[in-house]
Design a protein around this ligand. Sequence first.
Ligand code: NAD
Length: 467
Amino acid sequence: MPNCRPCRAPHTRGGRFAVIDPATGETFDDAPDQQPDELDAVVGRAHEAWQSWRTDPAVRATALLAAADAVEAAGAGLAPLLTREQGKPLADSYAEIARTAARLRYFAEPAPGPRPIADGRPVCSEIRWRPLGPVAAIVPWNFPLQLASAKFAPALAAGNTVVLKPSPFTPLATRLLASVVSAVLPEGVLTVVTGREPLGARLASHPGIRHVTFTGSVPTGRAVAEGAAASLTRVTLELGGNDAAILLDDVEVERIAERLFWAAFRNCGQVCMAVKRVYAPARLCSSVAEALARYAKSAVVGAGLDPGTQLGPVNNAAQLARVEHFTAQALADGGRAVSGGHRLDRPGYFFAPTILADVPSDSPVVTEEQFGPVLPVLPYGSLDEAVEAANDTSYGLGGSVWGTDLDRAEAVADRLECGTVWINHHAELSLAQPFAGVKDSGVGVAGGPWGLYGNLRPFVVHRPQEV
Ligand code: NAD
């Protein structure tokens, strides 16, 4: 299997495409397969709506607060739909909706006002931040609502309008979310388009779009950047990761095992900044693998709608095939499954939570982003070796260091080449922090005020003090 990411969308029927429940592998609904002429009309309306939406920051802030309330009120309809098409446990869907509402509230602040520039010259200079215009927001299937709001909340707050394209694997909850949010916005300010490729490619390269904000895999991110280059459109790319967790020799394995396990397996491992490789001192390696395997064996795997489920299915058949392939290759390379290592014998896209030991460092499950419920535990000799191995990747999203001596852990953390590093936990993000991968993990900055400025352009006025 090549290293490119799977991108097969469900088959279509008559201008619509099927949406599959990953817990059964069966189609349960469908969504519109929108065509290029419809996209042109949507972008045109987004441009018209921008003319008034750009004018009044206070109106926008009030609308975003109303949108947050509306999203919360719609939770009971949104959550089961999200679980049905994405696979995650229902409680996680509710958490995603809560985060979506929280983000709308976070950005419900008036955009930055004019600011003088003092440089000692007898000229009065001032920066006025201006919106960009229609923004294309393209998102993946792992956190459809949360990632959509991470794009449209700052874009709308800044005074832009948004055309949002969800993954064809998860179009339905996004359509419902957008209808709930749009109900409190003027027409054309936020529009969802759904469909199979080349819809995303056309949106990314559409000449009416002023900013493409994309979350997804590295290969698609490159294609988006190429498409946007035709119109020299601004891009923000939040891409994949292969985060390493380095365990120091003073780590208390039993104390951190549960936290480390969930940092890797939440959302069935389908998290851009999940722990995807664990490096442990050679003498601790088997106890770390055993401790993690205990959680893997006891995790309740099932349909997201079943009460008590902790781990749902993998989202789609192609992703499951990728996870199976990487695991089989690791076992063929001499690795050992301390837990799992196989698909579950039941309908749907279920894979047993898998802890791997004795995997060579060049096996694809170590070098690539597996994006599933599989975690290799790798030994290291010296700390320098561990840091070198952690950094020996084209990715640079996140990383973590686990140990008892926090100063020592921080000194190691400082050496990791990534955008965010955690000590004794992983993948927890504040709405107020900048989020930016390095190397192939991204271009541009999202999150906090940086996310807002990413949707604005500086407009500078120089005015002499005398005529
Ligand atoms: P993907 O790249 O296959 O698809 C992402 C989106 O792009 C989907 O909406 C898809 O339909 C669309 N798309 C596909 N081809 C396109 C094209 N040529 N032009 C424009 N759009 C196109 O990713 P995926 O499999 O849906 O998601 C998993 C990936 O997303 C993983 O690599 C994961 O790490 C990454 N991710 C990154 C972050 C982050 O914040 N850095 C967050 C979540 C997921």
